[in-house]
Write a protein that binds this ligand. Structure first.
Ligand code: SAM
Length: 367
């Protein structure tokens, strides 16, 4: 069973898990009895993962660190896979899939395979009824990708080691074509591969193509080749990703501000008082062990007193001091939705085009 094609609730031995250690640190593991996952937050026993639900949090052997055990998805795989090339990220892959109208049962051609990032997204969307034909001309990259697809049981993927610009897309067992309804080309010179497509694309369905190129010069050459080979509706799109943050913000009124200022003043005065006291005591060379203990007792009592006071008052310290959980019902909140100020920089231009199925000749039965 492929973790990318089917969903499973409980983790068992041999299952594929993405250990979420941090936003930029997701580690793919196969759960194996008595194995240990070592991370900067501690060591985690695979035994403690077995029987847990995907999404659970587990603690380290020493009990202070924790990680989450996530179900593999193409989106998470894209963030955790070993990079062997530039890859296609989710904002682009999701747009391309919907724009080409790729669904369960579609038949898709992809070149080159690269690190297999997009291959995983295609495989999930096509599901068990669809088929992906992926091509890579770099031998060791092809071998690595193939081994990964086998490990992940992507049974709907046929990987081929081939230079598609020189040798086209026809493979053994599919001599009359792959009946492909969608094409994705992530190659340095897609215009050279376009000429080979008529042998493999569907003759009965509308076919869509997307070429992924970082430079506008490549887009121009690609558009020309598409036009010369009978593709229409040629359009170039650039995805400029920007995240929107959705959160709650505390509503504060004038009395909160006054309370806050009073609190700062009080803490400052009390702090200065205790600091002066401690400084005087430290200056005194004869301060002994006993005195030192009294100082720290005094300090502790001050901290305790301030905390109790704040808790009793339920005073919102605007981020400092007592921490308030977002949405705490004791306070008033408003919903905020904000975009990131920075638009994520350009990855590639997407050139789309379509080809309609050849219309059948009209037969005049009267003559
Ligand atoms: N889309 C892939 C992903 O998401 O992981 C990344 C593809 S990577 C940018 C481009 C790949 O195309 C490289 O691995 C390269 O070796 C391969 N390639 C370049 N020219 C090729 C050709 N003529 N035939 C087959 N593969 C080719």
């Amino acid at each position: 069973m492929s973790a990318f094609l089917e969903y499973k609730e409980v983790i068992g031995e041999g299952d594929f898990v993405l250990a979420f250690i941090g936003r930029d640190n997701i580690k793919p593991i196969i759960v194996k009895k008595d194995d240990i996952l070592n991370t900067r937050y501690g060591a985690f026993a695979h035994n403690s993962m077995i029987g847990e639900k995907y999404g659970s949090q587990i603690t380290s052997l020493k009990g202070y660190g924790f990680i989450h055990l996530l179900h593999p998805t193409p989106e998470l795989w894209t963030l955790s896979l070993p990079h062997r090339t530039q890859i296609v990220y989710t904002p682009d892959s999701s747009y391309i899939i919907q724009r080409l109208n790729i669904t369960a049962g579609s038949r898709v051609i992809e070149a080159g395979t690269g690190s297999g990032s997009f291959t995983h997204s295609f495989a999930r969307t096509l599901s068990k009824t669809g088929q992906l034909f992926t091509y890579e001309f770099h031998e060791s990259r092809y071998q690595q990708a193939k081994a990964e697809f086998e490990l992940h049981s992507l049974t709907n993927v046929i990987a081929t080691c081939r230079d598609v610009c020189k040798k086209g897309f026809v493979i053994d067992g599919y001599e009359s074509g792959c009946d492909a309804d969608s094409i994705f080309l992530d190659l340095p010179s897609p215009w050279e591969a376009i000429a080979h497509l008529p042998q493999v694309i569907s003759k009965s369905k509308r076919v869509g193509i997307c070429c992924f190129s970082p430079c506008i010069e490549q887009v121009i050459k690609t558009a020309e080749a598409l036009k010369n080979h009978g593709w229409s509706n040629i359009e170039m799109v650039e995805i400029a990703g920007r995240k929107w943050e959705a959160r709650k913000e505390m509503i504060r009124d004038v009395s909160d501000v006054i309370g806050r200022l009073k609190d700062i003043k009080r803490r400052k005065e009390e702090g200065i008082e205790i600091r002066d006291k401690l400084q005087n005591q430290n200056q005194n060379q004869k301060v002994g062990e006993k005195r030192g203990n009294e100082d720290s007792n005094e300090k502790e009592q001050f901290v305790k007193k301030t905390r109790i006071e704040r808790e009793e008052k339920g005073f919102n310290p605007f981020g400092k001091g007592l921490r308030i959980k977002e949405g705490d019902e004791a306070y008033n909140w408003k919903d905020i939705s904000e975009p990131e100020t920075e638009v994520k920089s350009h990855t590639s231009y997407l050139t789309f085009a379509f080809k309609n199925a050849p219309t059948k000749p009209i037969v005049n039965h009267q003559s």
